[in-house]
Design a protein around this ligand. Structure first.
Ligand code: HEM
Length: 414
């Protein structure tokens, strides 16, 4: 049995626990209250300091020269797969000033204005998928992930990258192989590092061809933008260019998919909140609460370049901090009744998209997709309940929902 006074039982990076029980909010609360900065040994790997309070994550994230991203992307079980910078070089393992220059190569594609221009396309994709699920409006069963959130986020991203429809499936497979490398269902090899490497190589080969085509025939897509981008007058080197695509494919798929799936689950578990959304739809506010509540990115790391003291702990240069975003999103000091899901929560200073130098580049796109999905669900979903257990991904990096069977009645579109 767990001894309440002893913090050693806490397991905040064990993927089995995440697959079986979801996020360890009880453990994070204990840490917030009793040990805001705490060292964890990692079997077979290098340990880390866990950071669980909102103010501490903000403080660390806003000093990108002192607390850097490069050496360690996140904490993985048994230390792997590690962020090998000779294999992948992307925004999340770059630091200033290089990071800003590379981010600038794509950032104009993600401004609120640029994303607004994609609204009708996202609406059309969502409506088509929901129409298919609706039938004639009778009670039906479906897998919300397989039938809505996975194809939707994939279609939006593939469209932006200019990937033709017949290849969308490949992107889905690579992103599962990379993001789900700890999950037996997605394991194609005994060695997660090897599996991630193989998926990366396939993705690189694919985008090298697509980029070569766009170099000659530019189109209105991010692949063309990145292929023609210049940093200090030179094109992006091949590794950096291909890594950019890998980052967008993984970061843009898994996260929004899981926020949308987890968002509907929260509405099913809190029917009064779903009623509120149907009667007085303020979808933008609800979307922020969905991101706070689901917090699909569990953690990223920062490494300190100098000795530092936090909460009385002396931390030597070279040690890594693991920033737990879902823990910050339940911080009692910043959220009233953080354990309650409230679609009208305001203010909502969540850190679901991170903060500071590496703040999520795709936040405007994710918000647009979530707004469109929950707007349409609020208008059309007349009844919904779970039709079986929610199947979670075995990962302590991304909070994945693999399958979510639902029984529902959706109004056919007018
Ligand atoms: C609900 C959906 C999403 C969530 C919760 C999310 C969360 C995050 C988080 C926590 C970070 C790291 C922030 C930090 O270290 O301060 C991040 C970075 C990033 N995200 Fe997202 N993300 C989402 C959707 C997307 C989408 C749709 C895209 C792109 C199409 C995207 C692209 C990126 C990129 C490129 C970065 C790296 C930014 C940098 O290092 O400068 N994300 N995201």
């Amino acid at each position: 049995m767990r001894d309440a006074a002893d913090l050693t039982w806490l397991d905040v990076v064990g993927p089995d626990d995440y697959a079986q029980n979801g996020y360890p909010h009880e453990a994070w609360k204990r840490l917030r209250d009793e040990a805001p900065i705490r060292w964890f040994d990692l079997e077979g790997g290098v340990g880390f300091w866990s950071v669980v309070r909102r103010a501490d994550i903000v403080w660390l994230s806003k000093q990108p020269m002192r607390f850097i991203n490069a050496p360690r992307l996140a904490v993985f079980e048994r230390g792997g797969p590690v962020a090998d910078r000779s294999a992948v070089r992307q925004l999340l393992n770059m630091d200033p000033p290089e990071h800003g220059a590379f981010r600038g190569a794509a950032s104009h594609w993600f401004t609120p204005r640029a994303i607004r221009a994609r609204h009708s396309e996202v609406e059309r994709i969502t409506r088509d998928l929901l129409d298919e699920m609706a039938g004639d409006g009778e009670t039906r069963e479906a897998d919300f992930v397989g039938d809505l959130t996975a194809p939707l986020t994939l279609a939006v991203l593939a469209d932006m990258l200019g990937v033709p429809r017949e290849d969308w499936r490949l992107m889905f497979e690579w992103t599962n192989a990379i993001a789900g490398s700890s999950d037996p269902e997605y394991q194609t090899s005994d060695n997660p590092q090897q599996q991630v490497g193989a998926a990366r190589d396939n993705l690189f080969r694919y985008f090298a061809e697509l980029a070569a085509d766009r170099l000659k025939n530019p189109q209105d897509d991010i692949t063309s933008v990145l292929t023609h981008a210049r940093i200090d007058g030179s094109p992006l080197p091949p590794l950096e260019l291909l890594s950019y695509f890998l980052l967008l494919v993984v970061a843009g798929n898994e996260t929004t998919r899981n926020a949308a799936s987890g968002g509907l689950l929260a509405l099913i578990e809190n029917p009064a909140e779903f009623d509120k959304l149907r009667k007085q739809p303020d979808v933008d506010t609800a979307v922020e609460e969905i991101v706070r509540w689901t917090a699909p990115v569990i953690q990223f790391c920062r490494t300190t370049v100098e000795d530092v003291e936090m909460h009385g702990q002396k931390i030597p240069a070279g040690d890594a901090f693991c920033l737990f975003y879902p823990a910050a999103n339940r911080d009692e000091k910043h959220f009233d009744e953080p354990e309650r899901f409230r679609v009208d929560r305001r203010p909502n200073p969540h850190l679901g998209f991170g903060i500071g130098e590496h703040f999520c580049l795709g936040a405007n796109l994710a918000r647009l997709e979530l707004r469109v999905i929950f707007q349409q669900l609020a208008e059309r979903m007349e009844a919904v309940e779970l039709a079986g257990p929610v199947d979670r991904m075995r990962s302590s990096f991304l909070g994945g929902v693999k399958r979510m069977p639902i029984r529902y009645r959706l109004r056919p579109s007018a």
